[in-house]
Design a protein around this ligand. Structure first.
Ligand SMILES: Nc1ncnc2c1ncn2[C@@H]1O[C@H](COP(=O)(O)OP(=O)(O)O)[C@@H](O)[C@H]1O
Ligand SMILES: [Mg+2]
Length: 302
């Protein structure tokens, strides 16, 4: 099979692992730096070009679009979709997953439990908002990542000034959420790596200092964990609701059961080191089983 990994380059650990496993299984695999692709939009011949050649004869692409390149990256994925190439993640699903507000709406509509979440653009409503959600309160930028853009406000005063600061610098750049603080799980969360309809690896992340955020990028530490059946089902349901076949589902254990925090469209492979699971091989196997069914040879150059 001819597989393309759309990535920022082969120095990236996840990309390296995907290449390694794809080659092991006898595939012809290429890393395509989507940043350096350009595309021609046309009804008859939608084309993506890379290094002067059309990207058209791949059987499957695995997008690994970074958070700071979502718009360009998903435009390239969308263009490849138009030309009939199978993609492990749809461009629309990636865009949705990058927006925490949109994700919360999609998840709750699908019956996936999440922390109680409000959104507003007006600090005049702060009393009302706090009354509904309680203190302390979590304030989040809808487009934040790696724990940046998540604030814990202990008092109404702090919440109000944090919101004002966020609104001031934002100007419709991203929405701002207020979220119920899950105190019983502070500093810990669970990452379930979903491939297709299975959880292939899971870990608990714990912040090593006083931080309430457990992101590994914030110095959190991962340990393998066995999920309960309820957590496994919830993770799969969340990935499905978001339309993602490959997803990193973050959950918190709360008094009222597991809650989904977010669903990541390009989950990191650090979980392989923590759990000893071969996640990359599972993804390549998933591609083998699913790309075959949807292969439509490109009209151009195939
Ligand atoms: N509602 C919440 N209650 C308690 N802790 C939270 C809550 N939301 C987020 N956190 C903590 O902050 C971390 C980062 O939040 P998250 O929503 O996953 O944003 P990011 O995309 O930046 O990782 C989480 O992993 C968790 O440890
Ligand atoms: Mg997170």
């Amino acid at each position: 099979m001819k597989i393309a990994i759309l990535s920022n380059g082969n120095a990236n650990y996840s990309t390296k692992r995907l290449v390694e496993e794809a080659e092991k299984r006898g595939h012809n695999v290429k890393v395509i730096k989507y940043k350096n692709c350009y595309a021609s939009i046309s009804r008859e011949h939608p084309i993506v070009m890379y290094k002067g050649k059309p990207v058209s004869d791949f059987d499957a692409i695995i997008p690994r679009i970074s958070n700071n390149m979502t718009r360009y990256g998903t435009a390239i994925v969308r263009q490849l979709e138009s030309s009939g190439v199978y993609s492990t993640s749809g461009s629309l699903a990636i865009v949705r997953a990058r927006d925490k507000l949109r994700s919360a709406q999609i998840l709750s509509r699908a019956g996936v439990d999440t922390p109680k979440t409000l959104f507003s653009r007006n600090t005049a409503d702060i009393d009302d908002l706090i009354e509904q959600i309680g203190l302390p309160v979590i304030i989040k930028l809808a487009s934040g990542t790696h724990g940046n853009g998540v604030v814990l406000a202990e008092s109404k005063k702090t919440a109000k000034s944090a919101l004002q600061a966020f609104y001031l610098t934002n100007d419709d750049g991203t929405n701002i959420l207020l979220q119920e603080y899950i105190a019983e799980s502070a500093g810990t969360d669970i990452r379930a790596f979903v491939v297709g309809r299975k959880v292939v690896a899971s870990m608990k992340r714990q912040s090593l200092d006083e931080d309430f955020r457990s992101n590994l990028h914030k110095g959190g530490e991962g340990t393998p964990i066995k999920l309960t059946d309820e957590e496994t089902k919830l993770a799969i349901k969340a990935a499905r609701a978001m339309g993602l076949h490959i997803a990193g589902v973050d959950m918190m254990r709360s008094k009222r059961g597991p809650l989904v925090l977010e669903v990541n469209a390009s989950p990191g492979f650090g979980i392989e080191k923590v759990t000893g699971r071969n996640v990359a091989a599972q993804i390549i196997e998933y591609v083998e089983q699913n790309a075959k069914r949807t292969i439509k040879k490109d009209k151009i150059g195939a």
